[in-house]
Design a binder for this molecule. Structure first.
Ligand code: TRP
Length: 334
């Protein structure tokens, strides 16, 4: 707790264009916390370099991710929006927590195993210690609640273990955070292979709908979505394609699955897919417009970055001075 509000923290990597799964499962829900919590939403560029990045592209995506946060409804006056590498305490605490994280624990992380399989020529130490940097992100701000997708659950458990371990050795230092795992986005499946989760790095573009796709692209992708051959628009096992489309529709319209099934009863698959595509494209139209406006105003984005970093820095510093004292570092007196 800082001041009188509990803290929410989450991060998004500035790599790859985010999907409607990221939107429905994470970013869309971030804004709702700001009344009750002090919210930090971070663009985690230091995590991004655990896989090789093109520097110009990383810089551009960092601006884009910040713009997307704002376009998705996060008001910089009500939320602390900032870039991870602008606040050096993330790296500082990351190193310290590395020394309280076990090799065995990191070896068990499924994301590490997946990513090292995909980047076999670059299994670097940062990829391995990624979860302790993530723990540092969270613990620096005495975070109570971390809204993330299900794929981050294991990392979050590890952050809790690290916090508990540190607290046990040195006395209460960190708040032990809880995850807030939204069910919506977890269920957004690939349009081409609906038993697989929709992934931003899927090589098949038709499988993935991105937040910033044009209306035409969105509709085309939905039209090509894989379905089945029995022409019934209902949720059922063996009908993963239709179930997925119904789910996407209900997420965007806030209707119940029963309402959606009733609405589409008797309709052909072609018309149904078009309807879902249009609903999705229309729901994202304002995000796209706002994003374009923001990207045209770099100076504004830079002012948000500066304000966010300053605010984050202040609070990160407080945790760091506590941590430095606890582990036995000497104080530098000028
Ligand atoms: N690892 C997260 C992801 O890939 C991003 C992230 C980094 C994060 N630090 C975080 C999420 C802290 C929540 C809290 O999605």
């Amino acid at each position: 707790m800082f001041g009188d509000k509990k803290v929410v923290f989450s991060g998004v990597q500035p790599s790859g264009n985010l999907t409607i799964g990221n939107y429905l499962g994470a970013i869309r829900n971030f804004g709702a916390f700001s009344e009750q919590y002090h919210c930090y939403y971070c663009v985690v560029d230091m995590h991004a370099i655990t896989v090789r990045q093109n520097p110009a592209e990383l810089r551009r995506r960092t601006y884009e991710t910040l713009a997307l946060y704002i376009a998705c409804g996060l008001d910089p006056q009500k939320n602390t929006l900032f870039v991870q590498s602008h606040v050096p305490q993330h790296a500082e605490l990351g190193w310290i927590l590395d020394c309280y994280t076990m090799f065995g624990e990191l070896s068990r992380m499924t994301q590490f195993k997946d990513k090292s399989a995909k980047n076999a020529d670059n299994i670097n130490a940062g990829l391995f210690t990624y979860p302790s940097l993530m723990a540092a992100d969270i613990l620096l701000y005495q975070t109570e609640l971390v809204p993330v997708g299900v794929d981050q659950k294991q990392h979050l458990e590890l952050a809790r273990d690290i916090a508990n371990r540190f607290n046990q050795i040195y006395g209460e230092t960190f708040v032990v955070p809880d995850g807030y795992i939204s069910k919506d986005g977890a269920k957004i499946m690939s349009l081409q292979d609906p038993i697989k989760k929709m992934s931003k790095s899927d090589p098949n573009e038709n499988a993935v709908v991105r937040i910033l796709d044009s209306k035409d692209d969105i509709i085309r992708k939905f039209k090509r979505a894989v379905t089945d051959s029995d022409n019934k628009i209902v949720r059922a096992e063996g009908k993963e394609g239709i179930t997925n489309l119904l789910n996407i529709y209900t997420c965007f319209t806030n209707k119940t699955p029963e309402e959606a099934e009733r609405e589409f009863a008797g309709m052909g698959y072609g018309d149904f897919k078009l309807a879902v595509g249009e609903t999705c494209a229309d729901a994202l139209a304002s995000v796209r417009e706002e994003f374009a406006k923001l990207m045209a105003d770099k100076a504004y984005l830079e002012s948000v970055m500066a304000q966010g970093a300053q605010d984050a820095y202040k609070n990160a510093r407080r945790t760091m001075s506590k941590v430095r004292r606890k582990v036995g570092f000497t104080e530098l007196k000028f």
